[in-house]
Design a protein around this ligand. Structure first.
Ligand code: ZN
Length: 135
């Protein structure tokens, strides 16, 4: 028995689409890193020529004090403190920076190696603190 499904599908498939490479601004000599989601333009100021990650992680910190806001008529709102992690890299830098911050007030900038070292330290601390979970 001959299988003709593959042959029929190939005969009816549309022409292969060629995806044109994204045009880079005149100042960008190399393509974006795979993690970059920025839209770069010719008119970007040199200081703003950064790659930004699509990926980010945000985590509310339950042991930190919330940000309290007082609204009209005595309304009070409390917003949890949040730690955020993302990548940024100026187009002239050789590797990305790992940014760990609280969305505005305080940021730590780490090399990828420092981020891995911090991750290992946090993992050790969390396992020491929760031996029943770590096993
Ligand atoms: Zn980019």
């Amino acid at each position: 028995m001959t299988n003709t499904i593959g042959t029929a599908a190939a005969a009816q498939s549309p022409a292969v689409l060629e995806i044109a490479p994204k045009r880079r601004p005149y100042w960008q000599a190399a393509p974006c890193p795979v993690w970059c989601s920025a839209e770069h333009t010719d008119d970007a100021a040199p200081v703003d020529r950064n790659h930004f990650s699509t990926w980010s992680a945000e985590m509310p910190l339950t042991l930190e004090a919330p940000e309290i806001s007082h609204g009209a008529a005595g309304a009070v709102t409390a917003e949890a403190a949040v730690v955020e992690v993302y990548l940024v890299q100026h187009h002239r830098e050789i590797e990305p920076r790992v940014i760990v911050g609280d969305q505005g007030t305080r940021e730590f900038t780490l090399t990828p190696a420092e981020a891995l070292e911090l991750a290992r330290a946090l993992t050790i601390a969390a396992k020491l603190a929760t031996p029943e979970v770590a096993r």
